[in-house]
Design a protein around this ligand. Structure first.
Ligand SMILES: O=C(CO)COP(=O)(O)O
Length: 257
């Protein structure tokens, strides 16, 4: 089963709407048709950048996909500060990250809330990039597989196979995010392989073989090839290195590194 690799840049709370346009133009200028044939490329800018990125992508028929970093579990109404799935799909977003560790940590997002957000994404035709991964204490205790699979179970509760088959799951060990301490390829494979195994148990092997599982955490051009060589790693969710267009292009071209 060949899965199209997905390289996604999570810009986090960086780049204002002008910088977002300049950055996306730089990516578009550097990337060629053959890059998009080999790899799906996506950016996840802050909400305030999405309209500018959409206008650029639409206007110039760019092949870069884009999405949001979060979504409300609600569809509309009195939820001050929230952004709905309907708003994101109106902006032609393809993806939405759900349950990033920074949202779990700083905004107390639980597996139940992630589950509600996954449902909201599917209600509006968005593809969730569900983020899971353990902190350092759990890793030291050797509980990373069980901990991460519990997050997968929680977020996928009552999600039917017709929806789950399109999900993207990003395994991002918290201790590797923004620390420069990348997981070894074997660490990444251990958990990504276990996630695929769980999808086979929850749904079917056929479905599990379709789902793309990314690794995230200090991915750079210098370490991406070894991680991508693992059988159950189908892409990367890139933070810091995605803010440097040249570096992100090198990550997209991981086969050349
Ligand atoms: O959190 C991440 C992507 O979502 C990873 O961030 P870094 O690549 O900066 O470690």
């Amino acid at each position: 089963m060949t899965r199209m690799p997905l390289m996604a840049g999570n810009w986090k709370m960086n780049l204002n709407h002008l910088e977002a346009i300049a950055h996306t133009q730089k990516l578009a200028f550097a990337l060629a048709d053959k890059d998009y044939e080999a790899v799906e490329v996506a950016v996840l800018p802050p909400f305030t950048d999405l309209r500018g990125v959409q206008t650029l992508v639409d206007g110039d028929k760019l092949k870069i996909k884009y999405g949001a970093q979060d979504i409300s579990a609600h569809d509309s109404g009195a939820y001050t500060g929230e952004i709905s799935g309907a708003m994101l799909s109106k902006l032609k977003c393809t993806y939405v990250a759900i349950g990033h560790s920074e949202r779990r940590q700083y905004h107390n997002e639980t597996d139940d809330l992630c589950n509600a957000k996954v449902k909201a994404a599917y209600r509006h035709g968005l593809t969730p990039i569900l983020c899971v991964g353990e902190g350092l204490e759990i890793r030291k205790a050797g509980q990373q597989v069980q901990y991460t699979l519990n997050q997968v179970d929680g977020a996928l509760k009552d999600i039917p196979a017709e929806q789950a088959e399109s999900i993207v799951i990003a395994y991002e060990p918290v201790w590797a995010i923004g620390t420069g301490e990348v997981a070894t390829p074997e660490d990444a494979q251990e958990v990504c392989g276990a996630i695929r195994g769980r999808l086979a148990e929850l749904y079917s092997q056929e479905l599990a073989d379709k789902v793309r599982i990314q690794y995230g955490g200090s991915v750079k051009s210098g370490n991406v090839a070894a991680i991508m060589a693992q059988p159950d790693v189908d892409g990367a969710l890139v933070g810091g290195a995605a803010l440097d267009a040249d570096e992100f292009v090198k990550i997209v071209r991981f086969r050349d590194q």
